[in-house]
Design a protein. Structure first.
Ligand code: FAD
Ligand code: SIN
Length: 517
C-alpha cells in the first residue's frame, strides 16, 4: 500500500479498536462477526484495569431483584446527574450480557443449585454482584474474552502498540497513528472505537494500572470530540495503604461481608456518620476516611470474617499476606485512592461520539450511566452493555469513500526519560493535593498554574505525559467551574449540592471554552 515514507507501515481494516479491557475485547470479538478488526493495546492484552477488578459485575439477576431496583440505586448514587435512558439500557440489558459471559465460559462463582452467588457492595439495596473465583472477577473475564478474540480468526491483535493520534478527514475519524514497539504505524478504518479506559494515573494515589494515563480522553479532545463531566472522579475508600504505585485494592465486597472501618484509636467511625455506615455511597466513605486520616491511620477490620476471608477473597488475602498483614487477625491499613473517571467522551446510546465514525465505550466514554458517582460494580457492566451496542451499530457503518490523505510523520522519540518521569510525578502530586478528594478555588487555581508550568518544561517526545497533563487540566478546570459539591466532586468553598447544578454538565469541545448545559 502507498506510504509517503517507507518507514510508515499502513494497515487497512473495517474496524479499529483501541484498548484491550472488557470494552475493547468485547467490541473486537462482536465486531469481528461483521468485518475484520485491528485491536491495538499499549502493553499486553492482559494489561488493563479490567484485569484487576475484584468485586464483580452488578446485575439484577437474583430472586427478589429487578432492573427497577438496580435503576433506582444507580440513579441515587449518580446524584441527579445520570441520563435516565442510558441507565435504563444498562439495567435492562445487563443481565443478558452477564448470562452471555457465562455461556462464553466465564467461571462465575455459583451456589450449589447453579444460581449465581451474589455479593453485596455499597449503595446497592440488594445482593447483586456476580463474581468469579472470589475476588478474581476481572482476570477471569479477560481470560475468557481473550480466548474468544483469539479464536475469532478475524481480529488482528497488536500488543505494545500505542495510539498516538486519531486521523480525521473532513471531520470524520478514519483511523489512528500509532507507535508499534517504536515503529510508525498508520491504521485506516471505516470506524474507530476508543476503549482506552480511565485516567487514574493523573493522581499520586490510585488503584489504576500504569496504562491508565487518559490517552483516549486526550486523543478524542484533540480530534474535536465532545467531553463531559470530567470533574467527577471517584475515589475508592479502601486501597491498601503501602508506598507502592498503583495501590492494591481492598474490595468494597469485604465491607459487604461485614468488615468495619476503624481509626487509630480502634474506634468504628462510620456508624455515626451515615445510616449505611461502611456501606454508604463511595464518595461519602472516601471523604470520611480522608477526614479521619488527618488525625491518624485508618484500618479496615475484617477479623470478624475469620478463616472465611481467605476462601471468599483469595486474591486480597494473598495481597495482604505478601505485605506481612494477616487480615484474619490484623486490621488492614487503608487509604482512599483515585479509582474511576465518571466523565469522558460524550456518546449516545449506540456508543457514537460527536465525531463521525468515532465510537467510545467503557471507562473512557461518558454514556450518562454514572452521573456524579458510579455505583460499585456498574463499570464492567457498562463496558459490556455498551460494547455490545457499539458492535451492533458498527455493522451499519458505510465503507470510507476514500482513504485519508497521507503525510510524512515519525514516532516522537522521548528525549529525557528522567525528566518525563519527574513531570508525571509533579502532575500526580498537584492533582492529589488540589484536585483530589477535597477541592477549593484557590487550590484548583494553584493546580492549573502548576500544570502549565509542568507542560512548559515537558521534554521532547513525552507524549504520554502530555496526555496526562491534558486530562488533568480538564479535570481541574471542570472542578473549578462547578461551584457546588456533588457526588465525587467536593468543594470546601461550595460544600452544598445546589439545585441549579442538577443535570447541568460541563462540556468540552476542542480548544474552545467549555459550556455548561
Ligand atoms: P481498561 O480495562 O482499563 O482497558 C483499557 C485498555 O486500553 C488497556 O488495555 C490499555 O492498555 C489500553 N490503552 C490505553 N491507552 C492506549 C493507547 N494510547 N493505545 C493503545 N491502547 C491503549 N469495576 C467493576 O465494575 N467491578 C469491579 O469489581 C471493579 N474493580 C476494580 C478494581 C480495580 C483495582 C480497578 C482499577 C478498577 C475496578 N473497577 C471495577 C473499574 C473497572 O475495572 C474499569 O472501569 C473497567 O475495567 C474499564 O474497562 P475498559 O475496558 O474501559 O478499560
Ligand atoms: C471493589 O471491588 O471495591 C471495586 C468495585 C468497583 O470499583 O466497582
Amino acid at each position: 500500500m502507498f506510504s509517503p515514507s517507507s518507514d510508515i507501515q499502513t494497515l487497512r481494516c473495517r474496524y479499529l479498536v483501541i484498548g484491550s479491557g472488557v470494552a475493547g475485547l468485547h467490541t473486537a470479538w462482536r465486531a469481528s462477526q461483521s468485518g475484520d478488526v485491528v485491536l491495538l493495546t499499549k502493553r499486553s492484552l492482559f494489561d488493563s484495569a479490567t484485569a484487576y477488578a475484584q468485586g464483580g459485575i452488578a446485575a439484577a439477576i437474583g430472586a427478589g431483584d429487578s432492573p427497577e431496583l438496580h435503576r433506582r440505586d444507580t440513579l441515587a448514587a449518580g446524584a441527579a446527574m445520570c441520563d435516565r435512558a442510558a441507565v435504563d439500557v444498562l439495567v435492562t440489558e445487563g443481565p443478558s450480557r452477564v448470562r452471555d459471559l457465562r455461556a462464553a465460559g466465564v467461571d462465575f462463582d455459583l451456589e450449589l443449585g447453579g444460581a449465581f452467588a451474589l455479593g453485596r457492595e455499597a449503595a446497592h439495596s440488594e445482593r447483586r454482584i456476580v463474581h468469579a473465583h472470589g475476588d478474581q472477577t476481572g482476570a477471569e473475564i479477560v481470560r475468557a474474552l481473550v480466548e474468544r478474540v483469539r479464536a475469532s480468526g478475524r481480529v488482528r491483535v497488536l500488543e505494545l502498540t500505542r495510539a498516538l493520534e486519531l486521523i480525521t478527514d473532513t471531520d470524520a475519524c478514519c483511523g489512528a497513528r500509532a507507535s508499534c514497539a517504536g515503529a510508525a504505524l498508520e491504521i485506516h478504518a471505516d470506524a474507530t472505537v476508543l476503549a482506552t479506559g480511565g485516567c487514574g494515573q493523573v493522581y499520586r494515589y490510585t488503584t489504576n494500572p500504569a496504562v491508565a494515563t487518559g490517552d483516549g480522553i486526550a486523543l478524542a479532545y484533540r480530534a474535536g470530540a465532545e467531553l463531559e463531566d470530567m470533574e467527577f472522579v471517584q475515589f475508592h475508600p479502601t486501597a491498601l495503604d503501602t508506598p507502592e504505585t498503583p495501590l492494591a485494592l481492598i474490595s468494597e465486597a469485604v465491607r459487604g461481608e461485614g468488615a468495619i472501618l476503624i481509626n487509630a484509636a480502634g474506634e468504628r467511625f462510620m456508624a455515626g456518620r451515615h445510616p449505611e455506615a461502611e456501606l454508604a455511597p463511595r464518595d461519602v466513605v472516601a471523604r470520611e476516611v480522608f477526614r479521619e486520616q488527618q488525625r491518624g491511620a485508618v484500618y479496615l477490620d475484617a477479623t470478624g470474617l475469620g478463616d472465611a476471608f481467605a476462601q471468599r477473597f483469595p486474591g486480597i488475602f494473598a495481597l495482604c499476606t505478601a505485605r506481612g498483614i494477616d487480615p484474619r487477625s490484623q486490621p488492614i491499613p487503608v487509604t482512599p485512592a483515585a479509582h474511576y473517571a465518571m466523565g469522558g467522551i460524550v456518546t449516545d446510546l449506540a456508543g457514537r461520539s460527536t465525531v463521525e465514525r468515532l465510537y467510545a465505550c467503557g471507562e473512557v466514554a461518558r454514556t450518562g450511566v454514572h452521573g456524579a458517582n458510579r455505583l460499585a460494580s456498574n463499570s464492567l457492566l457498562e463496558g459490556l452493555v455498551f460494547a455490545e451496542r457499539v458492535a451492533r451499530d458498527l455493522e451499519g457503518v458505510a465503507p470510507l469513500a476514500r482513504l485519508p490523505a497521507q503525510r510524512a510523520w515519525t514516532v516522537p522519540v522521548l528525549g529525557d526519560r528522567g525528566a518525563a518521569q519527574v513531570a508525571a510525578n509533579l502532575v500526580r502530586d498537584t492533582m492529589w493535593r488540589h484536585a483530589g478528594i477535597v477541592r477549593s478555588a484557590d487550590g484548583l487555581l494553584t493546580c492549573l498554574t502548576d500544570l502549565d508550568d509542568i507542560a512548559g518544561r515537558l521534554p521532547e517526545g513525552a507524549t504520554e505525559e502530555a496526555n496526562l497533563i491534558d486530562t488533568a487540566r480538564l479535570i481541574a478546570r471542570g472542578a473549578l467551574l462547578r461551584e457546588e459539591s456533588r457526588g465525587g466532586h467536593y468543594r470546601t468553598d461550595f460544600p452544598q449540592a445546589l439545585s441549579s447544578w442538577e443535570h447541568r454538565h460541563v462540556r468540552w469541545r476542542g480548544a474552545g471554552a467549555p459550556v455548561t448545559s
